[in-house]
Design a protein around this ligand. Structure first.
Ligand SMILES: Nc1ncnc2c1ncn2[C@@H]1O[C@H](COP(=O)(O)OP(=O)(O)O)[C@@H](O)[C@H]1O
Ligand SMILES: O=P(O)(O)OC[C@H](O)CO
Length: 509
């Protein structure tokens, strides 16, 4: 049989789902993308409808394949990448979700997270799972469903309820759903639950006990680039034939692979709804003392797991959406650049978009957003500029923490994601950091990384050296500010962050 010409990747993200097809050079052949509903039932709650997510996944696959006149036989393999931590529980007999998906941004579990700090459980989680107890991760969300959705705990204990992050949900449905669906996740996704031991790469009974989670509802944890396929797409599903599914990676880890950060010391920063910076630390587990996460970066086939330090920032591109949707001062995200360019500096205004508290390196769920330093002189343009600066200052906070933990000083920052279309923002990033910022030709590094993981598994690509050949720089921004301006701006940013801390009380449990 002739070798299939392409590799596909499903990217199930926070705001949309896309399916992309890549050729051997890593170039895009076709894509289709659909948004899904953001359900915001009350302050701090963010939900998705898992059925809508599955329907949109099916639709983007079918439409993209039809656009390029491709069929299942054209694809050597398919990879899945996904928004991480978002928690779905469903009935294995019917495929019906027991509740809405609780999204990573949702803060309803703040009391659960705060309670974990008591009795030393927080330190156990920090050491074993590499994560600070926070609303962000799946364990507390799963506990909340088991405690609050009628019948959920009984179904879980009977073995009828299954848990998964979106990778697992999509894989289960692609491989047959109630009719033999495969219940699997990979190390990168499993590591975001607070339930997995970073060293054994398996679920940990003591951690399961902290959250009251029955093991029977958890997926099998596999490598990110499969030694043998996780499963085959069903012929009666969106691919219309059987394609091996051989790559699974959380979206930020996938972007790390897509940016070919395969050597210790290599890092990437993805600018989407939030920002996520990952620094490859090799096969060594580096435990952060500066507010970063320790997380698997990828596990390729039967090779040892490669780890990363991660700085997760909850609100970056979504602050630009907030200017558009809530303040109405721009009509589209791209307009933030033109508006901010009307002024030469921030006019003293600093915006700390702590809408979901502050993630790395602060981990303060009691923080809330603030715009400070306003005087009558300020305009919408200063607020737009402060929004772009906030994206860059938050990234600097994370990069400083990485330097403290790893001793690695960045020489260049590799970037990707929607916000990197904003040239002013990327210039400010170089200015704020004092290091160049570099964006690759293929900006869709997340889908590309999942395709790479899938393609490596089936021999479509031979090794990571071959993938490195595909990476090319598109644009580079050099720092322009002098050291004095850089230091003064950063000092003011820190003052602004201090103003947001302790703003709300976290309920006792
Ligand atoms: N030109 C732009 N300037 C600033 N922000 C932008 C621009 N274009 C897109 N964005 C922001 O990028 C985000 C979308 O990027 P994307 O990588 O698709 O994110 P995600 O994968 O998180 O959905 C949105 O939050 C949007 O506000
Ligand atoms: O879907 P994105 O790109 O917003 O990424 C979300 C992250 O995976 C959350 O941890």
């Amino acid at each position: 049989m002739a070798q299939a010409r392409f590799v596909g990747a499903i990217d199930q993200g926070t705001t949309s789902t896309r399916f992309m097809v890549f050729d051997h050079s890593g170039s895009e052949v076709v894509r289709h993308q659909l948004e899904h509903t953001q359900i915001l039932p009350r302050a701090g709650w963010v939900e998705h409808n898992p059925i809508e997510i599955w329907e949109r996944t099916s639709a983007v696959v079918q439409t993209a394949l039809a656009k390029a006149r491709l069929g299942a036989h054209d694809l050597a393999a398919v990879g899945i990448t996904n928004q991480r931590e978002t928690t779905i529980v469903w009935d294995r007999r019917t495929g019906r979700p027991l509740s809405s998906a609780i999204v990573w941004q949702d803060t309803r579990t703040d009391a659960i997270a705060a309670a974990l700090e008591r009795d030393g459980r927080g330190d156990v989680i920090r050491h074993r799972a590499g994560l600070p107890p926070a609303t962000y991760f799946s364990g507390g969300k799963l506990q909340w469903i088991l405690e609050n959705v009628p019948g959920a705990r009984e179904a879980a204990e009977r073995g009828d309820a299954l848990f998964g992050t979106p990778d697992t949900w999509v894989l289960w449905n692609l491989t047959g759903g109630p009719d033999g669906g495969v219940h699997v996740t990979d190390v990168t996704n499993a590591s975001r639950t607070m339930l997995m031991d970073l060293e054994t790469l398996d679920w940990d009974d003591e951690l399961l006990g902290f959250f009251g989670v029955p093991r029977a509802m958890l997926p099998q944890i596999r490598e990110s680039s499969a030694t043998t396929p996780y499963g085959l797409t069903r012929a009666n599903g969106p691919f219309g034939g059987e394609v091996p599914i051989t790559g699974i990676l959380g979206d930020q880890q996938a972007a790390t692979v897509g940016q070919v950060c395969f050597a210790p010391g290599e890092a990437k920063n993805t600018y989407g709804t939030g920002n996520f910076m990952l620094l490859n630390t090799g096969t060594e587990i580096v435990r952060s003392t500066s507010g970063l996460l320790t997380t698997p970066a990828y596990q390729l086939g039967d090779q040892p797991c490669v780890y990363a330090l991660e700085g997760s920032i909850a609100v970056t591109g979504s602050a630009v959406q907030w200017l558009r949707d809530q303040l109405g001062i721009i009509s589209g995200a791209a307009e933030s650049e033109a508006l901010a360019r009307q002024v030469d500096d921030n006019g003293g205004v600093y915006f700390v978009p702590a809408f979901s508290g502050l993630f790395a390196p602060h981990w303060r769920s009691d923080a809330r957003g603030a715009i400070v330093g306003l005087s009558r002189y300020n305009t919408n343009a200063h607020v737009a500029r402060a929004t772009l600066e906030a994206i860059c200052y938050q990234s600097r906070d994370v990069i400083e923490a990485m330097a403290a933990d790893s001793g690695v000083a960045l020489e260049v920052l590799k970037v990707d994601g929607g916000v990197t279309l904003n040239g002013l923002c990327m210039q400010i990033q170089a200015d704020v950091l004092g290091v160049p910022v570099s964006r690759p030709v293929v900006p869709e590094t997340t889908a590309l990384g999942a395709a790479y993981a899938a393609g490596l598994s089936v021999g479509y690509w031979h090794d990571t050296d071959e993938l490195r050949q595909n990476w090319r720089e598109d644009t580079r921004w050099e720092p322009q500010w002098d050291e004095e301006r850089r230091a003064a701006g950063y000092a003011q940013w820190h003052k602004a962050v201090q103003r947001t801390l302790g703003w709300v009380e976290v309920a006792e449990r």
